[in-house]
Write a protein that binds this ligand. Structure first.
Ligand code: FES
Length: 279
């Protein structure tokens, strides 16, 4: 069961601007009825400004909500301003969409682009041409690359959520992975939307260290009659004390120390070093 925002539900249950515009100045059509989602967008313009927009769609509730939102977003805008609307803008307008439904926002953006191209008398945006990568859903390499870039996607699953590519027989997964690898390798995603991690407070750091020792380290040591105890923390140095069988062999203590350190680096912070207390 997807979690939908109130705005998505409102636009789904009471869609705005449903229908056709007679003598529309632009029509954009995207999708394929056979694949389950299709959208036709009609625009009426006056002096380069969109004065009316209507849509017809064959799709799920999110597709209806995204198309309805799109029509509200474009009415009153110039063609230039409308051309800057992204799928993320549509999702934001709806207070978000479940990731598995983001392809509905992409469909809205593509229908708008197709309508604008139609208005300008060009057949289709060059970025939408390209080689079909996913035969099940007719998705090209260019649209996959573009959606990866504009939404900072990193996995095949995300690409499927945003474009449907890869959601059928899966035979295109190696090709999708190749595109992901190429985009990331080229450093095109230089400004990921991921927020930098907040600086960890000391209390939180102590909690995480203790939790990691209790969860990841002590149960393993206790199997052989050993144990470890957190003694103190000074900045990034963690002082521990080994107990039981862990104290019997000096060389195994060196290994234990590096094992504890690597676990703390993995689960708490790369900056941590471990020392044995009292040495
Ligand atoms: S070719 Fe992409 S899912 Fe089948």
């Amino acid at each position: 069961m997807w979690e939908y925002s109130k705005k998505v539900m409102d636009h789904f249950l009471h869609p705005r601007n449903v229908g056709e515009i007679e003598n529309a100045d632009a029509i954009g059509e995207i999708g394929n009825i056979a694949c389950g989602d299709a959208l036709r967008l009609y625009l009426k313009l006056k002096d380069g400004r969109i004065v009316d927009a209507k849509f017809k769609t064959f799709g799920c509730g999110s597709a209806i909500a995204a198309a309805s939102a799109l029509t509200e977003m474009v009415i009153g805008k110039t063609i230039e301003d409308a051309s800057r609307i992204t799928n993320q803008d549509i999702a934001n307008y709806l207070d978000g969409l479940p990731e598995a439904k983001m392809h509905c926002s992409v469909m809205g953006m593509e229908a708008l682009e197709a309508a604008i191209a139609n208005y300008r008398g060009v057949k289709i945006k060059p970025t939408e041409e390209g080689t079909i990568i996913c035969k099940c859903f007719g998705v090209t390499d260019n649209i996959i690359k573009r959606v990866i870039l504009s939404n900072h996607l990193t996995t095949i699953e995300q690409v499927t959520h945003y474009t449907k590519a890869g959601g059928g027989c899966k035979s295109c997964h190696p090709e999708i992975q190749k595109i992901l690898d190429e985009v990331w390798a080229k450093g095109e995603l230089v400004t990921p939307k991921v927020k930098p991690p907040k600086k960890m407070t000391n209390i939180r750091k102590i909690q995480l260290i203790q939790e990691t020792i209790d969860r990841e380290i002590r149960p393993v040591l206790m199997l052989d009659g050993g144990d470890v105890e957190l003694v103190d923390i000074e900045d990034n140095t963690v002082y521990v004390s080994f107990r039981g069988s862990c104290t019997e062999c000096p060389s195994s203590k060196v290994t234990l120390k590096s094992t504890v350190e690597s676990k703390l680096k993995e689960f708490v912070s790369e900056d941590l070093v471990v020392e044995e207390a009292g040495l």
